[in-house]
Design a protein around this ligand. Structure first.
Ligand code: PLP
Length: 346
């Protein structure tokens, strides 16, 4: 049985060509800045995001956590959407690494308004912690792969800046937003002090992320990369996968979006499944199965055991998430839809 893995866009495996590119990449000791492939990836990413510098890191979790460390002081408060990745899936790192208070903002599909930012900022008063940082996720994962409309993003950033907040962008899937809208990644990244970009999601590289920002911020981030144990040696081997991905796998993200839309429309036709395909803007497909009379765990188990289709339950009652990526084609979507129909209707 062919396995159709829709659990995450992290399921991709490096292609033959990517592996060859990685195997023969020129390398050096990246800790002393002598790995030419790491250096090239950092320069390429900085240029893509319109920033002075970028730093190669083992994961986006580390990129986010280092950004917060650089942009805040212990005891500060960070404004961040309630379902954002650092709040739920980074092992409490905001508290552990940076001593931060989290002020969750209730978003709609992950998006919120400038008034919500202004209302959340605490007055300067010794009773309160200091609100010093605002973090935004684009596309927003738990919101449904939602793209921030550029004018809303800029307005929210302006509201934060007006009050002196530092701005971080969790751009794990920023290139999905850029490809879907045609707006260059650098335009989305412009207002932010720090930007994290992930190479292991839709881009299909096996390892790595970059944090980008001003020279000053990235020098500071380099210190924490060592402190957190993320400084590597001949990391050009893995950086090459990311470089290859930036050269070959960006424009094709549009295929993932088309497949996600096809999946969403097929799901909308299955009785008992709740989904609004208009809210599927990129490659993440969230749907609710509460009305099927089956639990997400039961559906997930039967899809895996009976059909080799992998889809997981997710945060929120009755919810499941399917993700399209480099190793999924349109025919896989047809097969997955048939399998879901069989499980849900029988
Ligand atoms: C996957 C993800 C991360 C973390 O990336 P890792 O490389 O797995 O550490 C951070 N933010 C968002 C929005 C993500 O989807």
């Amino acid at each position: 049985m062919r396995i159709i893995d829709l659990r995450s866009d992290t399921a991709t495996r490096p292609s033959e060509a990517m592996r060859r590119f990685m195997a023969y990449a020129p390398v050096g000791d990246e800790q002393i800045r002598e790995d030419p492939t790491v250096n090239e990836l950092q320069e390429t990413t900085a240029a893509l995001l319109g920033k002075e510098a970028a730093l190669f890191l083992p994961s986006t979790t580390m990129a986010n956590q280092i950004a917060f460390k650089v942009l805040t002081n212990p005891g500060d408060e960070i404004l961040i959407e309630a379902t954002a990745h650092p709040v739920h899936f980074e092992a409490g790192g905001l508290a552990f690494h940076s001593g931060l208070m989290v002020h969750p903002i209730e978003g709609e599909h992950g998006l919120f308004r400038p008034e919500q930012v202004e209302a959340a900022i605490r007055p300067d008063n010794p009773h309160h912690c200091r609100t010093t940082c605002l973090s935004i996720e684009n596309t927003h994962n738990m919101g449904g792969g939602t793209i921030w409309p550029l004018d809303l993003l800029l307005a929210v950033c302006r509201a934060g800046k007006k009050h002196g907040l530092k701005l971080h962008l969790d751009g794990s899937r920023l290139l999905n937003a850029a490809v879907a809208t045609g707006i260059p990644a650098g335009e989305y990244a412009a207002p932010f002090d720090a930007v994290a970009l992930c190479f292991t999601k839709g881009l299909g590289a096996p390892v790595g992320s970059c944090l980008a920002g001003s020279k000053e911020i990235i020098e500071e981030a380099r210190r924490y990369k060592h402190l957190f144990g993320g400084a590597m040696r001949q990391a050009g081997i893995i950086a090459a996968g990311a470089l290859y991905a930036l050269r070959h796998n960006v424009d094709r993200l549009a295929e993932d979006h088309a497949n996600a839309q096809k999946l969403a429309q097929g799901l909308a036709d299955i009785p008992g499944i709740d989904i609004d395909p208009r809210h599927v803007e990129t490659n993440l497909v969230f749907f609710n199965v509460a009305k099927t009379g089956l639990t997400p765990a039961e559906i997930s188990r039967r899809l895996r055991e009976e059909h080799g289709v992998l889809i997981l339950p997710t945060l929120g009652s009755g919810r499941m998430r399917a993700v399209t990526h480099l190793d999924i084609n349109a025919e896989d979507i047809d097969i997955a839809l048939q399998a879901i129909k069989k499980v849900v209707i029988s």
